[in-house]
Design a protein around this ligand. Structure first.
Ligand code: AMP
Length: 191
């Protein structure tokens, strides 16, 4: 199996690159942000639990996110591999993901970390907010909080994968196709 962690701050281009990776490598895309937004739309108990955190740009508790992703992995019995997008966002989530994959006799192949400067992230998110319908993309203070939370709680996840020699940093600015080519090289050389 080819299991990729697509990592980076909000606005780094994970969703855009995930779409291209799915087409090329035929993997199952698991975006915890998308899954949580579907839960909110369905007004499920999990969605209601997550909503208040997401509106403030805070992380949803690990137990909620880990339970949700575990259930999805179990369902995808025919998958050739997964792209994890926006997950793991804490070291506890990274640990739990390793355990979940281990139980299915597989593992993370590579972690692709998209690197984009702070001001560019804010610009991209505000731009996306004009037509994404996402409230958390419209308000500068929520955007700034999401980036702050990323720097404080999520960045340490890089060390987790670097220790396993699976971390690959990729410049996330430039043309979408150039970034995609760099990601593919990183994936293909770590298979
Ligand atoms: P995203 O679509 O990845 O930008 O996620 C939107 C929001 O969903 C985040 O700001 C968090 O509130 C929540 N979220 C998504 N993924 C996670 C995760 N792995 N852990 C905790 N919260 C998450």
């Amino acid at each position: 199996m080819l299991n990729i962690v697509l990592f980076g701050p909000p606005g780094a281009g994970k969703g855009t690159q995930a779409e291209k990776l799915i087409a090329k490598y035929k993997l199952v895309h698991l975006s915890t942000g998308d899954l949580l937004r579907s839960e909110i739309a369905a007004k499920s108990k999990l969605g209601m639990e997550a909503k208040a955190f997401m509106e403030k740009g805070e992380l949803v508790p690990d137990s909620v996110v880990i339970g949700m992703i575990g259930a999805r992995i179990q369902k995808e019995t025919a998958a050739k591999g997964f792209i994890f997008d926006g997950f793991p966002r804490t070291t506890a989530q990274a640990n739990a993901l390793d355990e979940l994959l281990n139980a299915n006799k597989t593992a993370i192949s590579v972690m692709i970390s998209l690197e984009v400067a702070h001001d560019e992230l804010v610009k991209r998110l505000l731009n996306r907010g004009k037509d994404s319908g996402r409230e958390d993309d419209k308000d500068v203070s929520i955007i700034e909080n999401r980036i702050k939370v990323y720097n404080k709680e999520t960045l340490p996840v890089i060390n987790y994968y670097a220790e396993q020699n699976k971390h690959r940093g990729i410049n996330g600015t430039g043309s979408i196709d150039t970034i995609f080519a760099d990601i593919c090289t990183a994936i293909d050389t770590s298979k």
